[in-house]
Write a protein that binds this ligand. Structure first.
Ligand SMILES: *[C@@H]1O[C@H](CO)[C@@H](O)[C@H](O)[C@H]1NC(C)=O
Ligand SMILES: *[C@@H]1O[C@H](CO)[C@@H](O)[C@H](O)[C@H]1NC(C)=O
Ligand SMILES: *[C@@H]1O[C@H](CO)[C@@H](O)[C@H](O)[C@H]1NC(C)=O
Ligand SMILES: *[C@@H]1O[C@H](CO)[C@@H](O)[C@H](O)[C@H]1NC(C)=O
Ligand SMILES: *[C@@H]1O[C@H](CO)[C@@H](O)[C@H](O)[C@H]1NC(C)=O
Ligand SMILES: *[C@@H]1O[C@H](CO)[C@@H](O)[C@H](O)[C@H]1NC(C)=O
Ligand SMILES: *[C@@H]1O[C@H](CO)[C@@H](O)[C@H](O)[C@H]1NC(C)=O
Length: 327
């Protein structure tokens, strides 16, 4: 092989590698032009914009100045989309997945519908995903677990169905997983027992059955667990009542059975809210719990309210009070 042919061959090789890399990771080869294209396509799949929020999303101006768009200063790449409470209706274009530097996607409280497609998984820089209070349906895309920097996934109040992707357990920084008020079925993936960063887990008002995985209850940083209105059964894993991180446990309206732990299995120094009513629990409230809580009878709702005097906060809506009614 001549030197020249060798040179050509290696050049071709390098080119092929580059093309390959571009296909694998758009971020390496994309430009701010890709971002513009992605945003325009996002706009074009919006059918309803009652407040004309997107009226200045036009090619005539730099997209970094468009309403709701934030860019990185140097590279002029889109880092956040802030479009909450805008009354926007339409699909979320799969082209959003081309915003390679996006860190925050906030579309909460709009009327987005249709599926959230797997392209969302291309957003390798995504940290915060707020899609709550829309009308999105279909499965929670499996691809989400490719967004390894995710800290917040907030999808509550949509119509997501299917199972909870067990692969979300690979997200090393996930702090908040809020999936409440959807139409999810199946069980809580036992794999979630190793999301050690998890602080808030909300799955209220879905169709989830089975047990609460022991691993989940043991997570060292878990502060809030809300599983209200599901079909969960079995005993409540006792470790959940023996953790200084725990602030709020809401397991109302399931089919939990068995006993609450005895006094020496209770260590909840930071507890603010504990709701266990409408289950099939048998044991009475352990005295260590009733001693540390101030009891208030609420005749109008026929429930007993327990208030942790230490951390009672007036501001926290009706949930400031704790009610326990065991059978
Ligand atoms: C992309 O960035 C370059 C350099 O910062 C800038 O000149 C150009 O206008 C940008 N293109 C778009 C479509 O905004
Ligand atoms: C687009 O609209 C937003 C919100 O009204 C405004 O802050 C921004 O300056 C506008 N951008 C351009 C390029 O007109
Ligand atoms: C939701 O958005 C609408 C405007 O589309 C606004 O009127 C309403 O206050 C928002 N709701 C919340 C809870 O922010
Ligand atoms: C952007 O994403 C769409 C859909 O995911 C894809 O078909 C298209 O090739 C991408 N465009 C660019 C310019 O990257
Ligand atoms: C949990 O375990 C799975 C499988 O062993 C692993 O792939 C994942 O990275 C782990 N997650 C965390 C947050 O450590
Ligand atoms: C409660 O937790 C502490 C600290 O992790 C542990 O030493 C203790 O054995 C636990 N008690 C019960 C009854 O599980
Ligand atoms: C009693 O319960 C009702 C109904 O749940 C609630 O609206 C009210 O605020 C409660 N009163 C007190 C003093 O907590």
């Amino acid at each position: 092989m001549s030197v020249r042919r060798l040179y050509n061959a290696s050049l071709m090789g390098a080119l092929a590698l580059l093309v390959h890399l571009c296909m694998v990771d758009l971020a390496i080869c994309s430009s701010n032009f890709t971002d513009q294209l992605a945003l325009l396509s996002f706009k074009s799949s919006i059918k309803n914009d009652p407040n004309n929020v997107l009226s200045n999303w036009t090619k005539e101006t730099n997209f970094c100045g468009w309403a709701g768009v934030l860019c990185s200063r140097h590279r002029q790449r889109v880092t956040s989309l802030h479009l909450r409470n805008m009354g926007l209706g339409g699909n979320i274009s799969p082209h959003v997945g081309n915003l390679s530097f996006l860190q925050l996607l906030d579309l909460r409280n709009n009327s987005f519908f249709g599926h959230l497609t797997d392209e969302i998984g291309h957003l390798r820089h995504l940290k915060t995903l707020y899609l709550f209070h829309n009308m999105l349906e279909g499965n929670i895309p499996l691809g989400l677990h490719h967004c390894q920097r995710l800290e917040v996934i907030s999808l509550e109040g949509n119509k997501f169905s299917g199972r909870i992707p067990k692969e979300l357990n690979t997200l090393p920084s996930l702090r908040i997983l809020a999936l409440g008020q959807n139409e999810l079925v199946g069980t809580i993936p036992p794999s979630f027992g190793n999301i050690s960063s998890l602080e808030e887990f909300g799955l209220n008002a879905n169709h989830i059955y089975g047990n609460v995985p022991t691993g989940l209850a043991q997570l060292p940083n878990l502060k809030i667990i809300n599983l209200v209105f599901n079909y969960l059964t079995g005993p409540i894993p006792p470790t959940i009542f023996n953790k200084s991180s725990t602030a709020e446990i809401d397991l109302t309206s399931n089919a939990f059975s068995g006993n609450l732990p005895t006094n020496n299995g209770l260590f909840l120094p930071n507890l603010e809210v504990l709701l266990l009513d409408h289950n099939q629990l048998t044991r009475n409230i352990p005295s260590s719990l009733s001693n540390s809580f101030k009891l208030t009878a609420n005749s109008s709702c026929q429930l007993v309210y327990w208030t942790n005097t230490k951390t009672f906060r007036q501001s926290k809506t009706p949930r400031t009070c704790i009610y326990l009614k065991i059978n």
